[in-house]
Design a protein around this ligand. Structure first.
Ligand code: SME
Length: 185
């Protein structure tokens, strides 16, 4: 897909993402009345974002959110995702592309995963990957991770679009984290 084609696709898609993430009732300062329900709702809506991206973008073959486990320091835990199940349900900071993105608080765009030393493989079909950390008050609270079965699938168009997706999903990630009071399995 050319950057021009991406531009057109992403400009349509960001509206759907905004709709999926838009606050339904009140802003997040008043969510404490039913945290568990809010968390469920947040997860369902994050799931909708993953499904939307995977369905509508041909080169997105796996789309998922990782959250920083509030019950364990410096460890990511898999949240809503679309695509094949992965064995990498938990990833310590520093490990793999996801762990490095969390540790360094920066986006990683990997054109050819076969050339990466510090990489956790989910499937032999995956050829390239992009991981964007989602920050709140300077701290990582989660990530958006996308795998592609196409080599060198991601460009600056993807990065710019996915930054907007992360921004739109920030409040939902925050709510999802708040609702996760008990330790993850
Ligand atoms: N490839 C990632 C692991 C997560 S999967 O892509 C779902 C990494 O190296 O951190």
């Amino acid at each position: 897909m050319t950057d021009e084609q991406k531009k057109e696709l992403f400009s349509n898609l960001i509206h759907k993402v905004s709709q999926a993430t838009r606050p339904v009732t009140q802003p997040d300062s008043s969510i404490s009345s039913s945290e568990a329900q809010s968390g469920d709702d947040a997860d369902a809506r994050l799931q909708a974002v993953c499904d939307l991206l995977k369905e509508e973008v041909p080169h997105y073959d796996w789309v998922g959110f990782y959250l920083v486990d509030p019950n364990k320091e410096r460890e990511l835990v898999l949240g809503p995702f679309a695509g094949a199940p992965t064995e990498h349900v938990r990833i310590p900071f520093g490990y793999g592309i996801c762990g490095q993105a969390a540790e360094r608080k920066k986006t990683f765009m990997v054109p050819d995963v076969a050339r990466e030393q510090n990489y956790l493989s989910c499937s032999p079909h995956v050829k390239s990957e992009i991981v964007l950390p989602v920050l709140r008050q300077g701290e990582v609270m989660g990530e958006l991770d996308i795998d592609s079965n196409t080599i060198n699938a991601f460009s600056e168009e993807d990065r710019a679009f996915l930054l907007k997706v992360c921004y739109a999903a920030t409040r939902l990630l925050q709510r999802s984290l708040k609702a996760r009071k008990t330790p993850y399995p």
